[in-house]
Design a protein around this ligand. Structure first.
Ligand code: UD1
Ligand code: UDP
Length: 440
């Protein structure tokens, strides 16, 4: 079996590292293709070192640009590599342009696609990420899904539960493994050593890069106004290059940088960043990965967005959406900083993203599909019977797999009262309403 991984940005490198490592430990042949969307060493090369994975076999150096140009260049480069390498499966991660380009190219070449971190939905189609992840899900063969809630999103859109694997999120694997390494090593980044971060109290880690925040001046101004008033905190802000550019363009960089309690530094390597976040009292972010890491590291998070595709962090109690509204940011930050019981509740929120064995579960599932021949994508050779969608109220003890075998059917949705359930093979359907596709 040969596995190709496509990645292009900082979070993809971090979240694919545990899988790349797991594939390599099992001696499975693999290639890694970097699109080159992130190219600064602080956004790319440093992560291969920190996460101890080999440099990619290919880098197609697309660089920055508009969505169309970037995605088009990626598709051309990816097609050349996949045509040459002929992998059995292509893995894409998350919701960046690499995911869209990789999934479109692989599906047209009839190569199976595994979407890592599939099924997330913000239900906000103005986000480029929402378009990317939805499009990738349409073309995928295997879905590696962090939580049951995300799996339900896919069921509701008509995907078969047979190809959905609830694996947790590989960010937990990365976090657990590398925090231990980081703690043994200590801070390396010069700017952090100069700040004497280890002896600092009241650290607030800030990251933001989301187009819908940093490209809109009014939103950036509101956030800065809130930061000004949080002057009891040491705000550490490893700045994303996109954000640095727009703050400079809006003439806001110096205003923020001149605040004594705000320390703008360049993006940190993974180990330094994990140490920083785990030392923090509070995280203020619009990052996807950081919402997940905050709940993994037991640090309260305020998310600078009006929606999230990670609602589990909010319902678990570890994350609060504050948008870019000054008063909402301040009200919630002050509550966390002054109400110990409230802060403790946020810190103790259960982590919905698994135990850190997500990479293992993912590669197990891929190996199993490969062994069963399920990664072969070929045109049909026999006339296919059509499916009729039916509905039933089940009134006997029967599991999902028994029902499917007896009826030559595929269960689609399961409702237990008004709650939607994931049709796990062993689920007893007695008393539940189901819809299913029956081969006629
Ligand atoms: C991209 C992803 C986003 C992800 C984020 C992770 C898409 C549509 N967006 O957003 O989902 O959350 O990465 O960080 O795929 N730049 C540099 N050096 C670099 C990279 C970028 O200076 O190494 C600057 C360029 O001016 C560029 C801008 O940052 O125009 C934005 O970069 P881009 O890759 O287009 O999007 P991100 O905002 O990084
Ligand atoms: N991160 C890092 N250094 C930093 C800022 C973030 O290593 O200076 C890591 C962080 O731990 C998380 C990931 O980058 O795992 C998140 O990336 P980003 O916020 O760029 O993208 P998103 O997750 O929003 O797609």
């Amino acid at each position: 079996m040969k596995i190709a991984t496509i990645l292009g940005t900082r979070p993809e490198i971090i979240k694919m590292a545990p899988i790349i490592d797991e594939i390599s430990k099992r001696g499975i042949e693999q290639i890694v293709l970097h699109t080159g969307q992130h190219y600064d060493k602080e956004m790319s090369d440093n992560f291969f070192k920190d996460l101890e994975i080999p440099t990619p076999d290919y880098n197609i150096h697309v660089g920055s640009g508009s969505h169309g140009k970037q995605t088009g260049l990626m598709m051309k480069g990816i097609e050349e590599v996949l045509t040459e390498e002929k992998p059995d499966i292509v893995l894409v991660q998350g919701d960046t342009n690499a995911v869209l380009a990789g999934a479109l190219v692989a599906s047209k070449l009839h190569i199976a696609i595994g979407h890592v971190e599939a099924g997330l939905r913000s239900f906000d189609m103005t986000m480029p990420e929402e378009v990317n992840r939805r499009a990738a899900d349409v073309t995928s063969t295997m879905y590696f899904i962090p939580t049951e809630q995300s799996a339900l999103n896919l069921l509701a859109e008509g995907f078969s539960h047979k190809n959905l694997f609830i694996t947790g999120n590989t960010v937990v694997d990365a976090c657990f493994r590398h925090l231990e390494i980081a703690q043994k090593r200590g801070f390396e980044e010069e700017s952090l050593a100069e700040l004497d971060i280890e002896n600092m109290d009241n650290i607030l880690t800030l990251t933001m890069h989301r187009a819908e925040n940093v490209d809109i001046k009014e939103r950036v101004v509101n956030i800065i106004e809130a930061l000004k008033e949080l002057d009891q905190m040491n705000i550490i802000f490893p700045i994303h290059p996109r954000t640095k550019n727009t703050l400079e363009k809006f003439g806001l960089f110096d205003e923020l940088n001149d605040l004594e309690h705000v320390h703008i530094i360049k993006p940190l390597g993974y180990l330094d960043f994990l140490l920083l976040t785990s030392h923090s009292t509070l995280i203020l972010t619009d990052s996807g990965g950081l919402q997940e890491e905050a709940i993994t590291l037991n640090v309260p998070a305020l998310t600078l967005r009006y929606n999230t595709e990670r609602p589990e962090t909010v319902t678990a109690g570890g994350n609060i959406l504050v948008g870019s509204d000054k008063e909402t940011i301040l009200e919630n930050a002050r509550k966390i900083l002054s109400d110990e019981e409230f802060a403790d509740k946020m810190r103790n929120a259960p982590n919905p993203y698994g135990q850190g064995d997500s990479a293992k579960l993912t590669v197990d599932a891929i190996q199993n599909y490969y062994d069963k021949g399920l990664l072969n994508i070929a045109a049909p050779e026999h006339i296919m019977g059509s499916f009729t969608r039916k509905m039933a109220n089940v009134t006997e003890d029967i599991t999902v797999s028994e029902f499917e075998a007896n009826e030559d059917a595929l269960i689609h949705m399961v409702f237990d009262g008004d709650a939607m359930r994931f049709p796990a093979d062993e689920l007893n359907l007695n008393g539940m309403m189901i819809t299913y596709d029956k081969r006629e």
